[in-house]
Design a protein around this ligand. Sequence first.
Ligand code: FAD
Length: 481
Amino acid sequence: MLRTAWDGPLAPAEPRQAGLYAETMNVHSTDLRAALARIVGEPHVLDVPASSPYNHDATIAGGLRGQARLAVRPGSTAEVSEVVKALYALGVPIVPRGGGSGLAGGAVPSPGSVVCSLERMTAVRELSPRTWRMEVEAGLSTAHVHRLARENGLLFPPDPGASEQSQIGGNVATNAGGPHAFKYGATRDWVTGIEAVIAGGEIVRLGGACRKDVGGYDLRALLIGSEGTLGVITAVSLRLIPAPRAAVALVAFLEDQARGCEAILDVLACGIVPAAVDFLDAFTLRCAAGGYPGEVPQQARFALLIEVDGEGEEVRAQQRELREVLDDRCVLLDQPTPRELWRWRDGINGVVAGVRGGKVGEDVVVPVERLADLLEGFAAIASAGGLDSCAWGHGADGNVHANVLMDPGSERDRRAVGRVGDELLDLVVRMGGAISGEHGLGLIKSGQLSRQWGAAALRLHAQAKQMFDPQGLFNPGKKLP
Ligand SMILES: Cc1cc2nc3c(=O)[nH]c(=O)nc-3n(C[C@H](O)[C@H](O)[C@H](O)COP(=O)(O)OP(=O)(O)OC[C@H]3O[C@@H](n4cnc5c(N)ncnc54)[C@H](O)[C@@H]3O)c2cc1C
């Protein structure tokens, strides 16, 4: 069963992890603290009580909490290197941490681990508007990266929802997507170089400022989406593009889900490449209606959130064409500003989490023509489990955030949530889909890749981990079984 909800500290479940835990406990905490303080300075080695934010990420909405021993906040790549060297020598697990906005429990610390938080590493090493690129340290917030690009007439397109909280290193480590991934791709498509600290504290540079580089195996690609299991990303080189001159948003409110999913396919078929085509199902729409910058029609049961961007005239022409595709099947075709639209959209996760006090979200993806079947199947699975559910996501990518609402204090809910998650992943794989579209596997789906991948692919995957992290000390228990 999936580890979709916890209300207590993580217990060392696997024998290998249990061994690791016992071993690291032999390292006396005072010695460990002193060793780390010598590297980063006393104020940057922190105790991590159960309630500490370092013990959880955004999966706290489902009750998931870890059990770190200490948190350390290095201020430079050299310090990260020394920290990893010391921890690796002592056999202590290391949990790289960005902004803690992850939705897969990737930054939730395993028992006895040391959290390595990148929050102090926010330097902008290079910003070159003329050549459309920047190099920044991993701890810079995603929103800051966006602002820097924007102030210079440029765009860094990946836009995961919690951009004020998440860090660019965390985005790279999860290969974050977001609404605009449909047109512009996910974080992976914008990273030309990575600096990271790997086993034993060695600093490795993979790629750099060049836009093309094909000489070696693509080791950089392995670190992208590695969820802290291969090393600590300390800096990234990013590719930017000139900001589009114009953007318009459309919100199509429809009477039912089937019609809404059909409309997504028709939008794709008309040949326009919208920057984003997100959707909200009926339950989500009901919860979020109060925050909409306008009137949500009573009879609306599905909404499409569309943005087109580009040159002024081109955008107006695309808007006209989209109106023609959507007009006669909608109960309302509204036009908030893109800013109003995404501010509303970004608040939805929090609004839904508040309905029953907690929620657990799965992030799955299917070929876009199976979207309607997936939404229907998910609602049926959740309802059979006695749980309220809702879904929203990046419709044109077939990427669904499938959420079940729960009371984090209810044992019954927690068991039901695990079963619903299991059945949902089975369904997704049967539809030719993937078990995570953008949040990663983290802790909640650790080891689940075998549902989707064959033995040979899994073996190569395990060998890549072994190659970067022979002692298995980077974020143990995440991603891999
Ligand atoms: C309201 C809300 C909306 C969201 N919307 C989206 C969305 O649209 N698209 C999307 O993809 N995600 C979304 N997310 C999820 C989350 O914001 C992303 O996964 C984000 O990339 C996590 O970044 P972080 O810095 O917070 O990482 P954390 O949560 O701190 O860590 C995530 C993982 O990355 C690893 N990690 C972090 N930093 C480093 C580093 N420097 N080196 C190595 N490993 C590291 C951690 O060990 C962990 O496994 C959303 C989350 C919330 C709460």
